[in-house]
Design a binder for this molecule. Structure first.
Ligand SMILES: [Zn+2]
Length: 126
């Protein structure tokens, strides 16, 4: 099923990612007589972790970009400017550098981390 949907363009993208990670998918220990399941699995895992890390970083940036207006302080409701900061986060794919939104309320002298998700009450139907 998955193999049928894997296009030539997909393979080219994979080859580019592998090359960027110094993995030669045509190397003898991966595609030749010296290949073992372990050597193939190590290479595939390295590529998977790199893709996972990049997807997490990209989506975190998009979430931060949604917060383009000052956000209310959770304590005093004063509107505070949103700044970005980078934080290293350990994920299943390794360490990802996440760009997260942070605000500082000078009135309360505290930082807070606004969310793009608003909490809304669900209607209750009786
Ligand atoms: Zn405040």
């Amino acid at each position: 099923m998955f193999q049928n949907s894997w296009s030539a363009e997909d393979q080219q993208a994979l080859d580019k990612i592998a090359k960027k990670l110094d993995i030669d998918l045509e190397a003898n220990d991966l595609a030749g007589a010296e290949a073992t399941f372990t050597s193939i699995e190590v290479a595939a895992s390295k590529i998977g972790r790199a893709v996972t890390r990049q997807v997490i970083e990209d989506l975190a940036i998009k979430q931060t970009e949604l917060l383009d207006q000052p956000q209310p302080c959770p304590d005093c409701q004063r509107l505070c400017e949103v700044r970005g900061r980078t934080r290293s986060l350990t994920t299943g794919g390794g360490t990802a550098d996440i760009n997260e939104a942070v605000c500082h309320c000078s009135e309360c002298r505290r930082d807070f981390f606004p969310s793009t998700c608003s909490v809304t009450a669900s209607p209750t139907w009786l």
